[in-house]
Structures are given as structure tokens and as C-alpha cells.
Design a protein around this ligand. Structure first.
Ligand code: PLP
Length: 397
């Protein structure tokens, strides 16, 4: 018995594995990005109503018409771009499916896909499954809280070639919290135009921003609209990660490729949840304004707890993760340290190496999420205090 050679090239998701350890060991789960608080009542009620109203059969494969219209309205509302919901939207089962459908639908075997490293771990299997080749551009940690992660423009240029099919941008970025600036995206635009490459952008954290950071959607950069695939989902903005409803926005010809793959991968996203998505996307401005305040409080709580416990913690500009450096603890590796934290101190987090290509980085990094209730984060802070005291006692025999 055997599994395919492609699948042998990647392992189970480390993020979801750490989440399972958290459940087994009763640890505070700061590993996987999902909330332990409720989704907004009006959105839940809309989903219940849709089922009661018998919206229970397949929707149009690339998305229910009114949901596609709501996605187009939301793109116009937040990004100022008018799109045709009949031809430029493919509703998928989460942004996860939108990303793999985009790669399968738009890239040929052997073509290259550029990512900034560290990167969200799903992109690596996506590239393997689509028979494309990943090229990497390093993100360097900030030197102070007023800086953001940066990249070397020369390294970015060197990653592009005649083989480049696309660059994946993820802004705000998981795991670093980087928010790409307009100037950085203009550099990306110049290279995409020069090398005739696409930009596939994962913007699922677009509304989760701190300290006045502004989200710039690559499709809004001059010259990018026709070469950009914008991926988003209900998961993060509306705290419904289990609904599995996301979408890709792309020019008609590219959208056709994504829709074709999507049709045969999953047929369609859950019909009643697409109906509830219409309500979610029409949430009032106050909802989005509160998101930032809500997460800023949580970010500051966890940032302070991590720093007090001895981590070097980089303040994120967006999303809800904190990337940390654990060099101060003298740990053998990120994985050993993460396992020790979950087993002995009841805190689950993600080893940094799962955001880097194998064996290249992150061996002294750990990522924590703060998408949790305040009391959960306070429990984590207490466990972190206990951990730092216990480790100091071992260091000073
Ligand atoms: C950058 C990024 N993209 C995509 C996803 C998955 O999103 P979805 O639930 O829409 O599939 C995640 C989840 O953590 C993520 O961090």
C-alpha cells in the first residue's frame, strides 16, 4: 500500500497538530487561529433562518448570486473597486480552497510561485499539489516596535524570472503581523508587470489592524487590477472559521480557471451559510471599528505577558498572531520548546519552523495567537509566569 509521491512531500499541519495536543492535555490553546468566543448573533440567526427557509440544496457552483453580489458590494465598499459578480467572483470552501483552486487553475507544472518567508503553512502543500515550484523572499524581523518586518528589494527582484507565474502576498501577514505598505506593493507591481506575473493575495485579516496601520489591497495598485486574484473569507472577520466560506475575485478569464477547478474539487460552499454571508458582509461600520479595539486589548495583554516571561516578542501591525524569539531560553529547538510548553506548562503555541521551508528557519521562534477571550489570555499569562519561574529555577541550581 502507498500514498502518492506528492503527498509524501508534506506532513500533517503542525498548527492543527498543536491544537490537538492542547485538547488532549487541557492546555490553553494559543496555537490555531480560531476564537473561543461566539460569532455575532445576527449572523448566526441568519444561518438558522436560511436553513429554516429551505436554502439547503446546492447553490450555483461558483456561488449563490446574492452572495456574489454582496462580495462585489463589499469590495467596492472597502477597496473602491467595482467588479462584475457574474464573471469575477468564485465562492469556495474557505480561502483555503480558493488558494489551491487558484494555483491549480492558473499555473502550469514547473512554473514558479514566489512567497515571503516565513509564510502561512498551507501554501507549501498548495504548491506541491499544483506541481509548481516555490521561490522564497526573506522577511526580516523589526528592530523596534515602531518598525515592521522588511524585505530586501534586490532579493525580491532576484526571485522573479521568466518562469514566475505568480507571487503570493498575504497582508496582513500570518505569522508575522506585517502589513505591506503601498510602496512595497508598488515594487511588487513593477516586477509583476516586468515579468508578466500574477499576484495572488490572501487578505483574510484585512480588518484586523493596529496602531493606525492601513490595509492596501494589491488590486488597488495602478496596473494590478488585471493581474490580481484577491482571496478572502468569512472565517476571520466574522469569527466563523468552521463555516468554510471564502472566495476569489479575479478578472473574468482567470476566474473561469478558478471556477472550473472549484467545481470539481468541492462543487460548492454551504448554501445556507452563503445566505448568512450576505448578512455578514453588510455589517455596519461600527462592527469593523470595534474589531480593532477588541483585538488591540488582547494583543497588548499577550505581548506584555510574553515579554515579562522572557520572550522577544514582535508587535504585530495586523492579524492576531505574535511571532516570538525564544533564544533567551536556551531551548534545543522550537519544536522541543513548544512540546515542553504544552506538556509542562499547559500553553499550546506553534513552532516557528512550520512557517519556513524545511530546515531553514524558525528553529528559535514560536507563534502565539491572541484570538481568544480575555480570561483565556489571562490564564495563558498565569501559565507563562509559572513557566518563566520554573525555567529560571532550573537555570539557577
Ligand atoms: C493567511 C491565512 N490564509 C488562510 C487561512 C485559512 O482561512 P479559511 O478559513 O478561509 O480557509 C488562514 C487560517 O489561519 C490564514 O492564516
Amino acid at each position: 500500500m502507498r500514498i502518492s509521491q506528492k503527498v509524501q512531500q508534506f506532513t500533517e499541519s503542525v498548527i492543527r497538530e498543536m491544537s490537538r495536543h492542547a485538547i488532549e492535555l487541557g492546555a490553553v490553546n494559543l496555537a490555531q487561529g480560531f476564537p473561543d468566543f461566539s460569532a455575532p448573533e445576527e449572523i448566526k440567526a441568519a444561518a438558522q433562518q436560511a436553513i429554516a427557509d429551505d436554502i439547503n440544496q446546492y447553490s450555483i457552483t461558483w456561488g449563490a448570486r446574492d452572495f456574489r453580489r454582496a462580495i462585489a458590494d463589499s469590495f467596492a465598499r472597502w477597496q473602491g473597486i467595482e467588479i462584475d459578480p457574474e464573471r469575477e467572483v468564485a465562492v469556495c470552501c474557505g480561502s483555503t480552497e480558493a488558494m489551491i483552486a487558484a494555483l491549480l487553475g492558473l499555473a502550469d507544472p514547473g512554473e514558479e510561485i514566489i512567497v515571503f518567508e516565513p509564510f502561512y503553512e498551507n501554501y507549501s502543500p498548495d504548491v506541491i499539489l499544483s506541481d509548481t515550484v516555490m521561490r522564497y523572499v526573506t522577511l526580516h524581523p523589526p528592530r523596534s516596535d515602531s518598525d515592521d518586518w522588511t524585505f530586501d528589494p534586490a532579493e525580491l527582484r532576484a526571485a522573479f524570472s521568466a518562469k514566475t507565474r505568480a507571487i503570493i502576498i498575504n497582508t496582513p501577514h500570518n505569522p508575522t503581523g506585517k502589513v505591506f505598505t503601498r510602496e512595497e506593493l508598488e515594487l511588487v507591481r513593477d516586477l509583476c508587470v516586468e515579468f508578466d506575473a500574477l499576484c495572488i493575495t490572501d487578505e483574510i485579516y484585512e480588518h484586523i489592524l493596529y496602531d493606525g496601520a492601513r490595509h492596501v489591497s494589491p488590486a488597488t495598485i495602478d496596473g494590478m487590477r488585471d493581474r490580481t486574484v484577491t482571496i478572502n473569507s468569512l472565517s476571520k472577520t466574522y469569527s466563523v472559521t468552521g463555516w468554510r466560506v471564502g472566495w476569489a475575485i479575479a478578472p473574468p478569464e482567470l476566474c473561469t480557471g478558478i471556477r472550473k477547478v472549484h467545481d470539481f474539487l468541492t462543487v460548492g460552499a454551504a448554501a445556507p451559510l452563503q445566505a448568512a454571508g450576505v448578512v455578514a458582509l453588510a455589517m455596519p461600520p461600527a462592527y469593523y471599528a470595534e474589531l480593532s479595539a477588541h483585538y488591540t486589548e488582547r494583543r497588548d495583554l499577550l505581548l506584555s505577558a510574553l515579554r515579562t516571561a522572557g520572550f522577544q516578542a514582535w508587535a504585530p501591525r495586523g492579524a492576531y498572531y505574535i511571532m516570538t524569539d525564544i533564544s533567551g531560553f536556551g531551548a534545543e529547538s522550537d519544536r522541543a520548546f513548544a512540546m515542553q510548553m504544552v506538556r509542562e506548562f499547559a500553553i499550546a503555541a506553534v513552532p516557528g519552523s512550520s512557517f519556513y521551508r524545511s530546515g531553514t528557519g524558525g528553529s528559535q521562534q514560536i507563534r502565539f495567537t491572541f484570538w481568544k477571550k480575555i480570561e483565556t489570555l489571562e490564564r495563558a499569562a498565569a501559565n507563562l509566569r509559572a513557566m518563566s519561574q520554573a525555567l529560571q529555577a532550573v537555570a539557577r541550581p
